[in-house]
Design a protein around this ligand. Structure first.
Ligand code: FAD
Length: 424
């Protein structure tokens, strides 16, 4: 088994990263080379701005190249809970913003002819307990009434035709959702940004940001750049002078295993409609088939940080989870196992605005494939003067009380969620 992301291991080679150290003056420097940063760089360059992007490691090497491969509509949390949290009007706006974000991803793929095996097959949320079906039914009514008439509530029998597993008690189908090969998409996005004129620097961690009047100087170990504007697209960053942001999010590990290729007959039996699937537990699972017929199976197996030892432990938990969901695959070989960090905000919603004059967007809370592409583009359009506001724009983002940058409280939250999963 490889301890590597399947998406990164099977992505095309990137041919457009700069070979020389970072130097020069730009209209905008984007920090972070995930989907947010690359989407912003592409839009800025297309709009005629001089733009450079600094990435601490490999482009799409973090969440954007390590995720579950789902590009779904709908918010990260249950829609009914969101209505309770923020009110109906705002919940409707949030939900519609995610629908728009899916459209943005499709538009980028089309405009740049990115070959990434995109499928618009929707998302099926599966009731892991009989009581969860009643909750899904309430969510179904609210979504259909407020924001999406095309949702469908599936009985346990109908779900059994969709998912060949004895575990589920019904499901909620949201048709407006997609999936793609994240490595092919990410490299395609990077090539597009480069093609429009953006300069992409890999292995260039920003370790200092200094304000010089209205401009900025960004230092890396290899060299420095100057910029009139800075756009921070750094996700659950663990490096650089970003402690203000670290106090506002918790980096939570999420883990994934991928099986050996299955036969076409096995896939047709297992998941005939090739949708994106999630289960209804708080510490639940997500899964889908890959373009080459492997089963990708992930979850927040443990409330832990991702590193190789942690990923291996989580991989064992996922192996047991996979065998429980699909007993017919209990002997299947696992070819890949990896983890990544989710940038979890307190309200599990994205956050965007300006801090010290620098623009930021992050905090997608594990539901950001679509939104990162959409937000990178929206923020860039604002900088180009093509729009006045962008989604999630805020003037204040309070720190999480008691959080000074190291998430000491994660094991406590993990225990609390596990208890909730047992009781609910
Ligand atoms: C395991 C896992 C599964 C997930 N599954 C899904 C899913 O199925 N569907 C979904 O919608 N979302 C999912 N997500 C979330 C989704 O992947 C992210 O929300 C999205 O990719 C965020 O993109 P980003 O560009 O903002 O962040 P990232 O992709 O994390 O990019 C941020 C980049 O900033 C760089 N950086 C940080 N600090 C510095 C610095 N000081 N200098 C230079 N560079 C820096 C990092 O190296 C990194 O490459 C998942 C996430 C994980 C971890």
């Amino acid at each position: 088994m490889k301890f590597d992301s399947y998406w990164l291991a099977t992505a095309p080679t990137l041919k457009c990263a700069e070979q020389s150290p970072p130097e020069g003056t730009f209209d905008v420097v984007v920090v972070g080379g995930g989907f947010t940063g690359l989407s912003a760089a592409r839009t800025l360059a297309r709009g005629g701005a001089r733009v450079a992007l600094l990435e601490a490691g490999r482009l799409i090497g973090e969440a954007s190249g390590r995720n579950g491969g789902q590009c779904n509509t709908g918010v990260a949390q249950d829609y009914v809970s969101l209505v309770e949290q923020v009110g109906r009007e705002r919940a409707m706006i949030h939900y519609r913003t995610y629908a728009e974000a899916v459209t943005t991803v499709e538009q980028v793929i089309r405009e740049e002819s990115i070959e990434c095996d995109y499928l618009h097959h929707g998302k099926l949320k599966l009731a892991a307990k009989p009581e969860h079906y009643d909750k899904l039914a309430r969510t179904f009514e609210a979504i259909r009434r407020d924001v999406d008439p095309d949702v469908e509530l599936l009985s346990a029998a109908s779900v059994r035709e969709e998912v060949d597993s004895p575990l589920f008690h019904g499901g909620l189908l949201q048709r407006n959702g997609g999936q793609m090969h994240m490595g092919r998409f990410g490299i395609g996005l990077a090539q597009a940004a480069h093609h429009h004129g953006a300069r992409l620097f890999e292995y260039a961690p920003v370790n200092a940001i200094t304000r010089e009047g209205r401009a900025y100087r960004l230092g890396t170990p290899q060299g420095e750049l100057r910029a009139n504007h800075v756009l921070l697209a750094t996700g659950a960053s663990q490096v650089g002078p970003l402690n203000w942001f670290r106090r506002r999010m918790a980096p939570v590990g999420s883990f994934i295993v991928v099986t050996e290729p299955l036969s076409s007959e096995q896939c047709a039996q297992l998941l005939p409609n090739r949708r994106a699937y999630v289960t209804s537990r708080i510490i639940g699972n997500y899964f889908r088939l890959t373009p080459d017929n492997r089963l990708l199976f992930g979850g927040r197996a443990r409330f832990a940080i991702s590193d190789e030892k942690s990923d291996a432990k989580s991989g064992e938990i996922l192996r047991r989870g996979l065998a429980e969901a699909f007993p017919q695959l209990s002997d299947v070989r696992l070819d890949y196992c990896w983890g990544g960090l989710v940038d979890m905000s307190r309200d599990r919603l994205p956050h965007a605005g300006c801090h010290d004059g620098m623009h930021y967007v992050m905090g997608y809370s594990g539901h950001g494939v679509q939104m990162s592409v959409h937000m990178g583009k929206s923020l860039a359009e604002t900088l180009l003067g093509q729009r006045e506001t962008y989604p999630w724009q805020e003037s204040e983002w309070p720190a999480i009380p008691g959080h000074f940058g190291k998430p000491w409280f994660l094991p406590l939250i993990g225990s609390w969620y596990r208890l909730q999963d047992r009781l609910r």
